[in-house]
Design a protein around this ligand. Structure first.
Ligand SMILES: [Zn+2]
Length: 475
């Protein structure tokens, strides 16, 4: 009897196990496959309606966001090999650093407290002439990439030399970049003539065409360092290839005065006159647009990148950012190179932007925390002409996102998400970084870069640079 009962019990258990196995299997079959799920937490979408979703979930497949919904809905609809629990945390779009010169991290702190002309001509150009090589560029780029990932920057726009090596390092680290090879009218480390530079940029743009992380660009340095003929050639190149044009425009009052003297027009009016401006141009600074010029910039669809800390440090002036935003121009935010900032920290840049314009106009409402966050996300994407791909968390966009810790002392308690993000959150609060669907930092650990090796090689360059400029060997 006991044996019979045991057999019956075993049979019943087997049937019930089989039933639940079948149910699980059919659930798995019904579930759509994704590569990565982020479950729980509050999603700050930065979409058109600026929706903020609590206890949400995101499904990611082939580098793109395929669904955003409640955590429960995403969990029941999707299965994935990798799941990240973001409960209690914030999920925000990756930050966009709209203007930098990434290898200049190796010149961090080399020369400070000077105006732009003196800083450039007495220190930076000579230091570059003596030190910039492909190896220098690779080491400085890796240092900058590590700093940017730690700080939650997922896309950056760059202008430097050996930009193909920068693109190579950037792609290997899994970071997104709009990367411009410099065109400048004096011999530089990678190219000695304009013909050489144009041949380089031709190969460079062809090499990266269609890459999912890298947008290769042409970067005529500025209207005061590149001739009219060469600016026109850069524009023609962009027309032919579709490559963006990265440049500096109207950074200082002196640049405007010199331009009026030499060319009979301010930088924007001059560039308009020679047919340079279009909706592929990404113009850093724009501190001194003259009367009526913001209208030209708007009509031409020029992207503008505000660099408040660099402009403050070099005493270049205050760009009329609130007015340009109100007029519907595409304005983003950048750090500029680490030699004039001196870091690549977009949290500081957002905080500075919001506060600079308040103190400058005497109006605390002139640029809100939410607007400052827009500058580093969706508006930054517009300034780089990439708003269809990045800048907000929406279905079909690239999966570039950050998971932000909310348990740091500097974030407690919390009343308003944007205020928390712009005025209280620090780089250290970035917990996990996902770019193009790939986790590049998890729980503060860099997964694509070797931090100690990066520090070591950057310090070797510090010695070489100091020696080349006869600086003391100890700081
Ligand atoms: Zn710059």
């Amino acid at each position: 009897m006991r044996k019979l009962l045991l057999t019956l019990f075993t049979l019943t258990a087997m049937i019930s196990n089989a039933r639940s196995d079948a149910a699980a299997q059919s659930r798995r079959q019904r579930a759509e496959r994704a590569d990565l799920l982020v479950l729980g937490g509050t999603v700050v979408t930065m979409d058109e309606g600026r929706r903020i979703l609590h206890d949400a979930g995101i499904a990611i497949k082939d580098g793109r966001i395929v669904a955003i919904d409640t955590r429960v809905a995403i969990r029941s609809k999707y299965s994935a090999l990798q799941t990240i629990n973001a409960q209690g945390k914030l999920i925000v779009p990756g930050l966009i650093n709209g203007h930098t010169h990434i290898p200049m991290t190796l010149f961090r702190g080399l020369a400070d407290d000077l105006d732009l002309q003196e800083w450039l001509t007495k220190y930076i150009f000579p230091a570059e002439a003596k030190n910039v090589s492909e190896e220098f560029v690779r080491v400085g780029t890796r240092l900058g990439l590590a700093e940017m990932i730690r700080g939650g920057t997922t896309t950056y726009c760059d202008m430097y030399y050996f930009e193909d090596a920068i693109a190579d390092e950037t792609a290997k680290a899994g970071v997104r970049g709009v990367l411009g090879e410099t065109i400048i009218d004096f011999p530089v480390a990678d190219n000695k003539t304009n013909a050489e530079a144009m041949a380089y940029v031709e190969r460079f743009v062809r090499h990266w065409k269609g890459h999912e992380l890298i947008v290769a660009a042409i970067a005529p340095h500025a209207p005061y360092t590149v001739s009219e003929e060469h600016l026109k050639a850069a524009r023609a190149f962009s027309d032919r290839t579709g490559a963006p044009i990265v440049t500096h425009i109207s950074e200082t009052k002196r640049e405007v005065d010199d331009s009026v003297k030499a060319k009979g027009a301010s930088p924007v009016a001059y560039l308009e006159r020679i047919g340079f401006l279009n909706d592929r141009v990404i113009a850093a600074h724009m501190v001194w647009p003259q009367d009526g010029e913001t209208n030209i910039l708007k009509q031409r669809g020029v992207g503008i990148v505000h660099n408040p800390q660099s402009n403050m440090k070099l005493a270049s002036g205050v760009s009329p950012v609130p007015r340009m935003m109100a007029e519907g121009l595409f304005v983003g935010l950048g750090t500029d190179g680490a030699a004039s900032n001196n870091d690549l920290n977009m949290w500081e840049e957002m905080d500075t932007a919001a506060k600079l314009h308040k103190v400058f106009t005497g109006d605390p409402k002139v640029l809100s925390a939410q607007q400052a966050f827009e500058l580093a996300t969706i508006r930054g994407a517009q300034a780089l002409h990439l708003e269809k791909e990045i800048g907000s968390l929406e279905v079909s966009k690239r999966a570039d996102l950050l998971i932000i810790e909310r348990d740091s002392l500097n974030q407690i308690p919390l009343y308003n998400v944007y205020s928390d993000l712009v005025y209280a959150t620090k780089s250290n609060d970035v917990h996990t970084v996902i770019i193009n669907g790939r986790v590049v930092m998890r729980n503060r650990r860099l997964l694509t870069l070797n931090e100690s090796a990066i520090k070591r090689s950057a310090r070797v360059f510090r010695e070489r640079i100091a020696k080349s400029l006869s600086l003391p060997t100890e700081p």
